[in-house]
Design a protein around this ligand. Structure first.
Ligand code: ADP
Length: 319
């Protein structure tokens, strides 16, 4: 292997820059030429890539977002689009590719493997929904952003003795909601992995009111549905006037945490090591703080699950 390329794709996450830096520096350390591909698969199809050197990734380890930019490409979902991307790599004699992104980006990476490109996936998403790793790059930073927001909302919730619903990201996964609820001491958590009944939520709120609780915080994972609608339902069935905050895209931005920078550095460098040892079609991750890898196709077949004991714990601690 003499030349590799790296791209970031799909939803961005804090720490992607640290991962790009690790891929580039590790490749250069081993005297491998490395190309940065701009705008994910869109840029790959269009040939928007250029050789990177040590300075190309200087001063980015602490920055959120991705200097390579990201994109969503409908064209890449077609075989024609994928073959255009393959040709761009072949024309430059690039033999390996590192894709940093979420599960959609992994599906794209899997197609490139089928077309003969040695590709390694690095899990970059705030959602923590990629099987085969305990944590994805960006999850820890997003979690910290969420709990800062909940702490602030808690102040005003206490002052006004109000019920707040806070909608957090996570797509179909409840990890951000689960971990942030535990970390911020929310009273109720609604996640897609555990069905809920609105009557039970209301009963919890009323139990809190009976014991003169001053406020209540309900964290809603976006995968459950709209927190605004759930708030309206609670309002129509109780005397409460719940307030709703949808945290939205602020969860995606910001300086990556130390944890995400270290994780990204380890996973990015590991991806290059795997390419150099002739491996392909793999997803890298950490389990119990050890670097691991699984085949991308296996990761795509597996279903992400939550840690049920953490869900029970959040209930036990917020009675
Ligand atoms: P994420 O990687 O954050 O999950 P997306 O789901 O938007 O983000 O996927 C990013 C990109 O990956 C898509 O815009 C598309 O180009 C590519 N992709 C997603 N699914 C497929 C697929 N089934 N086949 C080929 N490419 C795909």
């Amino acid at each position: 292997m003499k030349k590799i390329a790296v791209l970031t794709s799909g939803g961005d996450s804090p720490g992607m820059n640290a991962a790009v830096r690790a891929v580039v520096r590790k490749a250069l350390y081993h005297d491998i030429e490395v190309f940065g591909v701009y705008r994910g698969y869109t840029g790959l199809i269009e040939g928007d890539l250029k050789p990177f050197h040590l300075g190309s990734v200087g001063d980015i380890i602490h920055r959120g977002g991705t200097i390579l930019h990201s994109a969503r490409s409908e064209e890449f979902k077609t075989t024609e689009g994928q073959l255009k991307a393959v040709k761009q790599l072949q024309d430059r004699d690039i033999d390996g590719l590192v894709v940093i992104g979420g599960d959609g980006s992994y599906r794209g990476a899997d197609k490139l493997v089928e077309h003969g490109i040695a590709t390694i996936g690095v899990p970059g998403t705030i959602d923590n929904d990629i099987p085969g790793t305990d944590f994805t790059i960006g999850f820890d930073t997003a979690l910290n952003t969420i709990i800062q927001a909940i702490d602030k909302i808690r102040d005003t919730a206490t002052s006004h003795e109000r019920t707040f619903l806070i909608e957090v990201m996570g797509r179909h996964a409840g990890d951000l909601a689960l971990w942030s609820s535990l970390a911020a001491g929310a009273e109720t958590i609604l996640i897609p992995e555990v069905p809920y009944k609105i009557e039970e939520v209301i009963e919890r709120l009323e139990r809190g009111t009976r014991r003169e609780k001053k406020h209540s915080i309900i964290v809603v994972a976006e995968g459950v549905g709209s927190a605004i609608k759930i708030g309206e339902e609670i309002k129509s069935k109780t005397s409460l006037e719940p307030r709703v905050t949808v945290l939205g895209h602020l969860q995606r931005g910001g300086q990556p945490s130390a944890f995400d920078r270290v994780l990204a550095s380890r996973l990015g460098a590991f991806a290059v090591e795997l390419l150099l040892s002739g491996k392909k079609g793999l997803s890298v991750g950490i389990e119990s703080n050890q670097l691991v890898y699984y085949s991308i196709s296996e990761v795509l077949k597996r279903k992400h699950t939550i840690d049920e004991t953490m869900y029970q714990l959040s209930h036990h601690l917020s009675i």
